[in-house]
Design a protein around this ligand. Structure first.
Ligand code: GLU
Length: 269
């Protein structure tokens, strides 16, 4: 049997908190238990949100936790050509189209239902009428045509979760106007190029996985096994988040909390 490959893939848009620590430690544990490899990937395709000091912070926090990743780590911003190549393939298959709709046009859409992220379902305006020429555009997937190409029903390997249904997302954006790629596209391309066999990440990503499975089918890539772990919660209603100012590992450390305390707290003693 081939060596299992796990990965931890944070976005450098803030310092890591306990939720990240849990995800990283779980991947470390599974890699150790299975004699697998453990990769670190920095998901920094969004130049407006990614900051070099957060990349440094991530490396520092993970080293402090005592987690050893293979080097070199992969930084998505250094691999834009890989994402462009993947988009070209979908373009050659006739499965993507340009969308020039602005944020305010999309917000004005009274779509019912919304996608799993709560965003309005795209009404396919640019698919029907073409994108406005001479203005920035995003690339969207023709979801129904993509689904029609599947030669077998989508299944989520390694999981007993509900049947994946990417159509809930509608014509999802695969390349943003400002970045030329998207989380969904980059994550699928990278997991494949890095030979990832086990994707272990938070339950907040579970709905996105359906899109990833669909893209893998379209590209003829094997599916990794997926596991979506419970999230560390701030309280009963809200998960921990950088944007809500929840305590970072750095803050905990400066209050005298040790890496051993964190492992114990999260059940990895
Ligand atoms: N970069 C994503 C995040 O920090 C995680 C992506 C993934 O694990 O697939 O939320």
């Amino acid at each position: 049997m081939s060596t299992p490959v796990f990965r931890f893939a944070p976005s450098p848009n803030g310092r890591l908190h306990l939720g990240h620590a849990y995800s990283a430690l779980l991947n470390e544990k599974l890699a150790r238990q299975t004699g697998g490899r453990l990769l670190l990937r920095i998901e920094d395709t969004d130049p407006a949100r990614s900051k070099p000091e957060f990349v440094t912070g991530i490396i520092e926090d993970l080293a402090w936790l005592g987690i050893v990743f293979e080097t070199p780590m992969r930084r998505q911003s250094e691999h834009m050509n890989d994402y462009r190549a993947a988009l070209s393939k979908l373009d050659a298959m006739g499965l993507i189209y340009r969308c020039s709709c602005t944020r305010s046009q999309l917000a004005a859409t009274n779509a019912n239902p919304a996608d799993p992220d709560g965003q309005p379902f795209y009404p396919q305006t640019c698919r029907a009428h073409g994108a406005k020429p001479g203005v920035p555009f995003a690339l969207r997937l023709k979801m129904d045509e993509a689904m029609a190409r599947l030669s077998r029903p989508l299944k989520m390997p390694g999981s007993v979760e509900r049947t994946p249904d990417p159509s809930l997302w509608g014509d999802v954006i695969l390349a943003r106007k400002d970045t030329g790629t998207s989380y969904h596209l980059s994550v699928v391309v990278d997991d494949h190029l890095q030979g990832v066999t086990h994707v272990v990440r938070g339950a907040d990503m579970a709905a996105s996985t359906s899109i990833h499975l669909l893209l893998q089918e379209l590209f003829g890539m094997p599916h990794p096994a997926y596991r979506h772990h419970d999230l560390i919660m701030h309280d009963a209603r809200r998960k921990l988040s950088k944007s809500h100012g929840d305590q970072s590992l750095l803050q905990l450390r400066s209050q005298g909390v040790s890496a051993a305390d964190i492992r114990l707290m999260l059940g990895f003693a």
